[in-house]
Design a protein around this ligand. Structure first.
Ligand code: FHN
Length: 462
């Protein structure tokens, strides 16, 4: 330990002394804790970048209530890139599958040819939606148009679509929207508003088109907005428009897209990746989870392996345990987990994804109460557990069960509340709980009832 001297105001020193007394710690411990928190908070800020942030005021908006309740959604990346599935002309193209056109700088004229071979005869909208339900996911967001410009929906503004450019010839988004309505699932569209490697004025393709010649505003006004209008008028109530990679989109352009969405469907949410800090909720970086609870609405989009779009060679599947813990970690910090599947060119969701999602659903079947509709919990910053809360309840999620089953908690941050009862959420067995000078002590079974996450339900008066 190194000793350093810092000067603080009288007010701060008084508060640190009080905290030290309350927690039975030294003032020096409190100072270290605060400094560490400061670092964590600054890294939380980077994960929740202001540019992908939540519009001021939206954090109190009741339109987000269903989304706050949901906590877990299914992301679907599906498009022409599922055909090459990570390899072009026999050569592996490194990186995420849906970026193959960009990474290999495939000319539009060549990449477009894939559409003639896209015939996903095994696509079954009912099965995809049923899988999301089984997994315990409460909303689906699917790529209506990714950066490669190919549209999964029928559009008056291009024939480069599943409906008009492929032998399959079906509007798969229509089929999915109908199934979502039938099975009670919220439905939303990913739409790449800035990057479009197929459109001469879209961002990102400088191997076919000269960037100096591009008219990005004409692309936004003449193509993006009319397409967003089509998506919001042809498919029933749309839960979310998930814009992505804002890059250099101007504030005026982001603002006008936001207004367009809200004018057509006032309840439709807009992701933070609209850009310029104007989203209805913030978007964390891909697969990134902030170190601390954040006082805003946010979501982590995440992969099940290392790619979004299907890639034959990517079998680096995350374990079910890892993903359950990630879901819980995110919920404990007040966020949502949008977990991706990348269907094959035949229209099938890969089996390893199905298995893991079903297992997550089985866990949620028993423990969902401690995830859905919860807020970030009062116990933060401990490695071995997470916490979520609902009125009158705190859920303690124990990842690493202590030897002997004695769970020692430091107390609840920001309140003098103490639990009046504790039980295992699975099965309901009551557990002795007491509060002493060192904090809260709960006596559980000697070994972990659930090696992934044992959830304890604590009664905590508000
Ligand atoms: O470039 C995209 C990527 O392909 C994928 O769609 C992810 C999902 O969050 N978003 C962008 C990278 O952040």
């Amino acid at each position: 330990m190194e000793e350093i001297t810092i000067k603080v105001t009288e007010r701060l020193s008084e508060r640190m002394r009080r905290l030290a007394r309350e927690r039975n710690l030294s003032v020096s411990d409190i100072a270290s804790l605060l400094i560490r928190r400061g670092y964590d908070a600054s890294s939380a800020f980077r994960v929740l970048d202001a540019a992908r942030g939540q519009r001021p005021g939206a954090e109190n908006d009741a339109r987000l209530d269903w989304w706050r309740e949901a906590r877990f959604g299914m992301f679907i990346h599906w498009g022409l890139y599922a055909l090459p599935a990570g390899a072009w002309k026999g050569v592996d193209v490194p990186g995420i599958g849906e970026w193959i056109m960009n990474r290999a700088e495939i000319p539009v004229a060549e990449y477009e040819q894939l559409a003639g071979r896209f015939n996903p005869v095994r696509f079954d909208a009912a099965q995809w939606v049923a899988l999301a339900k089984k997994a315990g996911q409460k909303y689906i967001v699917i790529t209506s148009k990714h950066h490669d410009g190919f549209c999964l929906f029928k559009s008056q503004h291009t024939a480069y679509s599943m409906a008009d450019g492929t032998p399959f010839g079906r509007d798969v988004l229509k089929e999915l929207s109908e199934q979502c309505a039938k099975q009670g699932m919220r439905f939303g569209f990913y739409y790449s508003q800035t990057q479009d490697w197929h459109h001469p004025d879209g961002d990102g393709n400088d191997w076919d088109f000269d960037p100096a010649e591009k008219d990005f505003d004409a692309y936004i006004e003449g193509y993006v907005k009319p397409q967003v209008r089509e998506l919001l008028t042809g498919y029933g109530p749309i839960a979310i428009i998930w814009f992505d990679t804002p890059k250099s989109i101007s504030r005026t352009q982001s603002q006008s897209l936001l207004e367009l969405v809200h004018e057509i469907q006032p309840d439709c949410l807009v992701s933070g990746r609209l850009g310029n800090g104007l989203g209805d909720y913030a978007s964390a970086g891909d697969n990134k989870i902030p170190a601390e609870a954040a006082d805003l609405d946010w979501e982590t989009p995440a992969t099940l392996n290392d790619t979004w779009g299907f890639k034959t060679a990517d079998s680096n599947w995350k374990s079910t345990e890892d993903m359950i813990r990630k879901l819980v970690d995110i919920a404990s910090k007040g966020g949502n987990y949008l977990l991706n599947v990348g269907p094959t060119a035949e229209g099938l969701i890969p089996q390893p994804s199905i298995e893991r999602l079903e297992q997550m659903g089985q866990w949620l079947e028993v423990n969902g109460e401690s995830v859905y509709g919860t807020r970030s919990g009062p116990i933060q910053g401990l490695d071995w557990c997470r916490s979520t809360r609902k009125p009158g309840k705190v859920y303690l999620h124990v990842f690493d069960w202590p030897q002997g089953g004695k769970l020692r908690l430091p107390g609840f941050a920001g309140s003098g509340a103490r639990p009046s009862g504790a039980r295992l959420l699975a099965g309901g067995e009551s557990l002795p709980v007491r509060q002493d000078a060192d904090g809260i002590l709960i006596e559980g079974p000697t070994s972990a009832p659930d090696p992934i996450d044992t959830v304890l339900e604590l009664d905590v008066p508000e």
